[in-house]
Design a protein around this ligand. Structure first.
Ligand code: ADP
Length: 146
């Protein structure tokens, strides 16, 4: 019998963070996603405000570094993307690599371009539930082209 290949067409939310934008790496990082077969279906540049960041990172609210994340994410405008493709959530997370850029393997986006646990180039949704919530947080349905 043929082995079953499990794949799903998914959407995921990616944020190119202030360090990525300040280093002018948006194109380089987006090319990695494109080469992995993920299509861009929505995109906007925003200077994020504290209230939206508190909502986006509410699961980290009790962490000692929470206020640092919020201030870092407000440092510079970010680029927010919705990507679509086969297993987009896992594919995007795999391309990013682990949270801590200083130990992320070379060849991953964070390993190649990030600095540390905080300045780590990009965010990508970690589950289907998070992706749906995060996409709705930043985009209306008529801003998504799919
Ligand atoms: P990921 O972005 O890999 O999914 P988390 O969801 O755990 O990681 O954390 C969200 C973001 O919070 C990270 O991308 C990073 O910017 C910041 N962060 C996480 N852990 C730390 C830490 N120990 N020190 C500073 N910032 C952190």
């Amino acid at each position: 019998m043929e082995p079953k290949v499990n794949f799903m067409i998914e959407r995921t939310l990616v944020i190119l963070k202030p360090d990525c934008m300040q280093k002018n790496l948006a194109g380089t990082v987006m090319e990695r996603f494109a080469k992995a077969g993920l299509s861009l279906i929505a995109c906007k540049m925003m200077h994020l405000q504290e209230s939206l960041l508190r909502e986006h990172y509410d699961f980290l609210i009790d962490k000692p570094f929470f206020s640092n994340i919020v201030s870092y994410m407000m440092e510079y405008p970010v680029l927010i993307l919705v990507l679509c493709g086969e297993n987009a959530i896992a594919v995007a997370r795999g391309l990013l690599g682990p949270t801590d850029s200083s130990t992320a393997p070379k060849g991953t986006i964070r390993g190649d371009f990030g600095q540390d646990k905080s300045r780590n180039v990009a965010h990508a949704s970690d589950s289907q539930e998070a992706a749906a919530k995060e996409i709705a947080r930043f985009f209306t349905t008529d801003e998504i082209f799919a």
